[in-house]
Design a protein around this ligand. Sequence first.
Ligand code: NI
Length: 182
Amino acid sequence: MLRPIRLFGDPVLKTPAEPVRDFDLELRNLVRDLNETMLDAPGVGLAAPQIGVSLRVFTFHVGDEEGESGHLINPVLALDGEEEEDEEGCLSLPGIQFLTPRAPRVVAKGFDMHGEPITIEGTELLARCVQHETDHLDGILFIDRMSKKERKLAMKAIREAEWYGAPVPEIRVSPHSTQRIS
Ligand code: NI
C-alpha cells in the first residue's frame, strides 16, 4: 500500500525511532509499504519515520544488481574513509538538493524482516543512501550534516518551497493503523 510521505516540519522526522522487537506480519507489511512507496516516489531509499512509523526500518534501491536493493532493520553502521561531498536529496524535502558530506564506505549490520542477521556493504551511492536512511532513524536529516554555508542555502530553498508549512499529521510508534472507524 502506498503511504503518504511526511515532509520536513513534521516532528516524526526529528524523533529518534524505536528498535524493532517483533518480527511479525505487521513488520513485513511495513517493509512492503516502504518498498512500494519508495519505488513509486521514486526514491533510492525510504525510512519508516518518513511514512509516520517511528521504528528502525528502512528500504533502499540504488540499482538493479544483486545487493543494490533491500531493507534493513535495527541497523548499526561502521563507516570507513574520508568524507566526500556530493549532491543529496530526500523524499521528505522534495526538490531540495545540496552537497552533503558522507563516508565513502559503510558496513551496515542489522536484521531482515524475518529476524535473520544481515550485513550490507556499500560504497558510493549505496554507502551514502545507508547513512542517509540510518540518520532518519536517529531523527537526523541531511541538512543537519551539511556545512554551515550549504545548510544556509538549503534552508532558504526550503522556506521558498511550495510544500513548506503544510499541516502535520500525527506520529505513530507502531505499524498498526491508528485510524478509527466510526
Ligand atoms: Ni531522506
